[in-house]
Every structure is written in C-alpha cells, then in structure tokens.
Design a protein around this ligand. Structure first.
Ligand SMILES: [Zn+2]
Length: 82
C-alpha cells in the first residue's frame, strides 16, 4: 500500500521490514492474543489498526479497523533531540 503524506513524502509498506509500519496493540488486544496459549512470534496477528509514521515529518496515520482508510492523523507536537 502506498500513501502520500501531507508533507509530500511517499509512504510505502512494501519493504519488509520498513520504518513506517508501527505495530501497536491495546492492552485488551494483547491480552486476547496471549490468552490463546503458547504462541510463536510468527503467529501474532496484525493489530486491529494499521498505524504508519512518516519517516520525514513523523506524522502518525491511524487506519480504520482492519482497513485501508485513514481515520486519524497526528502531527508531531514535541520531540526531545536524541
Ligand atoms: Zn510526512
């Protein structure tokens, strides 16, 4: 999937691994996964929401549950220089 960030950067998750696809689970989602019993890391399902971070401006995009439509966009407000 490809998406042009509002800053102009082209985001693309075709490279695996990549630097834009964040794997974010709610505590409830993770609890449900863990309760399935012994699991191999390869068996961990994708999170319900795909979340991308632009590698240029650090904006965060949240996609609809199990979908490809963006439902939220966050702009970086503050960052501590590493
Ligand atoms: Zn951007």
């Amino acid at each position: 999937m490809k998406y042009e960030c509002i800053c102009g950067e082209i985001l693309w998750d075709g490279n695996i691994p990549n630097n834009i696809d964040l794997h974010v689970y709610t505590d409830k989602e993770m609890d449900k996964i863990i309760s399935m019993g012994q699991i191999d890391t390869l068996d961990i399902p994708d999170p319900e929401h795909k979340i991308w971070r632009c590698s240029c401006c650090q904006r965060i995009y949240v996609f609809e549950k199990n979908g490809t439509k963006i439902i939220q966009r966050y702009k970086l407000e503050y960052q501590i220089k590493a």
